[in-house]
Structure formats: structure tokens, C-alpha cells
Write a protein that binds this ligand. Structure first.
Ligand code: PLP
Length: 444
């Protein structure tokens, strides 16, 4: 009996003891292909010697210095690196320890930006129904995951949600991409107007939706229209790329495929690749200028902001990603993975959709392929597939997402950028075997 209080205490978990490349090993010596990189975290796989060496060297040199006295070399270098790879307007990095903290930080930066400009009435945040932005109270408030929210509702800030951009489930019959995007942008505008002019601080969205929907990219033209609405009403655009960022979708930032640049960008998972807990907010000059030129202090902070070892790990990860051309590799491997998924599941009676970008791909599990009817949520098909895959040596990231109030199951794959074509082929094969075994065992 472990004394660890984990999320599902009645479900015993294996003990992970070692990681090497794309594989994790448990205490019984079983090997698992890390097909989801944890949760889209382990972009460089496990035990990368250069990252390990950088972390060890930094711990020896300087493990910690409080940021009310100091910045540190790795934090400065990492900020330079991120600024150098981001659009010119997005040149300031604020480092935190997780994705939830990045989201909280962005919400507070947006709020303070408006206050500094004399618009203290801007207190509302609008986000989308199908989204996950983290588990702290502020991030949970704006997220759309009803299951995670329910227990905490009395504590959560008032949240304002609009429809997600999910063409498969949200587009009306006969509607073009442009018409769909226009309708969603109009919905956002109506929401802002209903809340009242000059009362909305920010609109928050995942560029490519991860956990709640399974690698759902927007239709072309969606974000430029959303951006235009935000601009018209003085609302900041916060993009959450905690899961989809840092090369995962085949471009360095996922928003590069959308033709917009956010005012605030939330990053985490792939930033440090799991070697250390680290997240970041990249902020536009206008946000930083308003705060620096106003009160002069961002009213925020945690003990471990800009932690030197976390920054050294992320710096090493990002240096390897750049040197080895891994973002381009993600784009190429992603095309192959997409093709492989289509050849294995394209005709599968229980796969309703195959989607994603780069090494961020999902299959949607359905009871009826032709009608798209989902499985009964009580069956927890996604969880069964996860278990069956793990028994076959594959780790994948399942969820029963709420699609605008309607349940659906999906399984997300987000393997390390260093995976080989052979490993990806085998992962798809294992996933197919797992799905088939689960379907065979379902009640008739
Ligand atoms: N935002 C998105 C899009 C996420 O996927 C997650 C985590 O899965 C978070 C925020 C929260 O990140 P963390 O779990 O590091 O707090």
C-alpha cells in the first residue's frame, strides 16, 4: 500500500523506474512506448544525455536564487531564445512551473494591462466550452471540462463560454469553413456586447484543442476573424499552447499556422520536455509596456518563477530541438503518422474521425461509424482502450470529451519528436489491437 495520494487511489498504478529514449520501464521490467509523451510533454523522450548533463551542471552551479534579488543565466538565455524564435511582437517571457500557472499568469497580466490603462472595468474573461486550461481555480473557471469543474463551482470565478471551433460536430449542414468561422466570430462578438462594452479583458483559446477534444484544429480563417473581433473591442487574445506548442504541431508555435499572433501565449509541457516542471507566458510589448510604464510592477509571482534548473533544462531541450531540426521532423513524421492512422482506422467501424497536426493526432471512437453516434459514456471506452494499450506496451492519452454537451471518446497520440517511423507504425498497430480487443469485450 503506497502512501502516495494520487488521483485515483482505488486504481493501483505501476511504478515507473526508468526512461530511455521513447520508452518507459516499470518496476517489473515491462517496457512501454511513450506514445503520448505523458500528456504531450516528453518531446525529446527520456534520458537525453545533453539535457541530463545541463540539469546536473546547473544544480551544482546554482540551484536557486530568489527572483526578488536575482535573475539567472539560464532564465536570461531561455528568454532570449524564445524571443528570437517568436514573432517580433512577442518578446517577453515570464517563467512559471506549470501550464496552469501560465494560464493564471496570463489572465492576471491581461487584467493588469487594462487596469494600468484606466480600464478597471474589464474583468470578464471569455473562453470556449470545449477546452482545458488547467486545474487551479482560475484556470478551471475558464475551462470547459464540466466534470472537473462541478465539485468546485461555488469557488470558481464567473466564466463566460462560447462555442468551440470543432467543424466535425459544430458546423451546420451546407456551411462553408468561412461561414462557420464567421458564425463563431459573430457569437464571440455578441457575447462581448452582451457582457457590456469595456468589461471584457481577454478571450482565451487553445490553438489546437488537446485533452478535452483530441487534437482539434480550427477551420482556416477562424482565428483571424476572432482576432478582428478582439481588436474591435479592446479585448486581448490569449492563446493556450501548453499542450499544442513548442513544435508539437509541426511549427514552432501552433498559431503560426493560423495567421495570427496572440497578445499572450501560454506554454509549458514541451518547453521543458518533462525534465523539469516549467511553463511560460510570452507577452506582447504592449502588455509589458503598459505595466512597466504604469505602476511598474506586475502584481504576481511564485517562489519558483524563473527557477534556474528548470530554465537550464528547458534551454537544453530547446537547443537540441533547434540544432537537430526536430520541428521539421515533427511535420514530416506527422504526415506519416496521419497516413498510417488512416490506413489502419480509415474503415474501422468504431473510428469516426482521424485528426490532428504534426505529432498531435487523435482518433475519435464511436459506436456507429456511419451516424457518428458515440459510445455510452458509462462504458468509459476511452479508459478501456488506454488499459488495453498499456497491456500491449503502448501508452496513449485517452479522454471522454464533452463536445458541446455531447459526450464522445477519443485517444490522443503525442509521441516524442525523436520517435522512428518503425516505432510509430508499431504504436498504431498496438492501438488497433487494443481497440479491437476492447470492442470485442463490450456488452452487446
Ligand atoms: N492548458 C492546456 C491546454 C493543457 O492541456 C493543460 C494540461 O493538460 C494545462 C493548461 C494545465 O497544465 P498543467 O497540468 O501543467 O498545470
Amino acid at each position: 500500500m503506497t502512501h502516495i495520494f494520487h488521483r485515483t487511489p482505488r486504481v493501483p498504478l505501476q511504478t515507473a523506474v526508468r526512461g530511455e529514449g521513447c520508452y518507459l520501464f516499470d518496476a517489473d521490467g515491462r517496457r512501454y512506448f511513450d506514445g503520448s509523451g505523458g500528456a504531450a510533454v516528453s518531446c525529446l523522450g527520456h534520458g537525453h544525455p545533453e539535457v541530463v548533463a545541463a540539469v546536473a551542471a546547473q544544480v551544482q552551479r546554482l540551484a536557486y536564487a530568489h527572483t526578488s534579488f536575482f535573475t539567472s543565466e539560464p532564465a536570461e538565455q531561455l528568454a532570449d531564445l524564445l524571443a528570437g524564435r517568436s514573432p517580433a511582437g512577442l518578446a517577453h517571457a515570464y517563467f512559471v512551473s506549470s501550464g496552469s500557472e501560465a494560464v493564471e499568469t496570463a489572465l492576471k497580466m491581461a487584467r493588469q494591462y487594462h487596469v494600468e490603462r484606466g480600464e478597471a472595468g474589464r474583468r470578464h474573461v471569455v473562453s470556449r466550452r470545449q477546452s482545458y486550461h488547467g486545474n487551479t481555480l482560475g484556470a478551471l473557471a475558464i475551462g470547459g471540462n464540466a466534470g472537473r469543474r462541478a465539485l468546485y463551482e461555488p469557488l470558481l470565478a464567473e466564466a463566460h463560454h462560447v462555442s468551440p471551433c470543432f467543424a466535425r460536430h459544430g458546423r451546420q449542414a451546407g456551411e462553408s469553413d468561412a461561414q462557420y468561422a464567421e458564425r463563431l466570430a459573430d457569437e464571440l462578438e455578441q457575447k462581448i456586447l452582451a457582457l457590456g462594452p469595456r468589461t471584457v479583458s481577454a478571450f482565451v483559446a487553445e490553438t489546437v484543442v488537446g485533452a478535452t477534444a483530441g487534437a482539434v484544429a480550427p477551420v482556416p480563417g477562424y482565428f483571424p476573424r476572432i482576432r478582428a473581433v478582439c481588436e474591435r473591442h479592446g479585448v486581448l487574445l490569449i492563446l493556450d499552447e501548453v499542450m499544442s506548442g513548442m513544435g508539437r504541431t509541426g511549427t514552432y508555435h501552433a498559431f503560426e499556422q493560423e495567421g495570427v499572433v496572440p497578445d499572450l501565449l501560454c506554454l509549458a509541457k514541451g518547453l521543458g520536455g518533462g525534465y523539469q516542471p516549467i511553463g511560460a507566458v510570452l507577452a506582447a510589448a504592449r502588455v509589458v509596456d503598459a505595466i512597466v510604464g504604469g505602476s511598474g510592477a506586475f502584481q504576481h509571482g511564485h517562489t519558483y518563477v524563473g527557477h534556474p534548473v528548470a530554465c537550464a533544462a528547458a534551454l537544453a531541450v530547446q537547443t537540441v530541438v533547434e540544432r537537430d531540426g526536430l520541428v521539421a521532423r515533427v511535420a514530416e513524421l506527422g504526415r506519416g503518422l496521419d497516413a498510417r492512422l488512416r490506413s489502419r482506422f480509415g474503415d474501422h467501424p468504431h473510428v469516426g474521425d482521424i485528426r490532428g497536426r504534426g505529432l498531435f493526432q487523435a482518433i475519435e471512437l464511436v459506436r456507429e461509424r456511419d451516424t457518428g453516434e458515440p459510445f455510452d459514456p458509462a462504458l468509459q471506452v476511452h479508459a478501456r482502450v488506454k488499459r488495453a494499450a498499456q497491456e500491449r506496451g503502448l501508452l496513449c492519452y485517452p479522454a471522454g470529451g464533452t463536445i458541446d454537451g455531447r459526450r464522445g471518446d477519443h485517444v490522443l497520440l503525442a509521441p516524442p519528436y525523436i520517435a522512428s517511423v518503425g516505432q510509430l507504425d508499431e504504436a498504431v498497430e498496438r492501438l488497433g489491437e487494443a481497440l479491437d480487443a476492447v470492442v470485442r469485450g463490450l456488452p452487446a
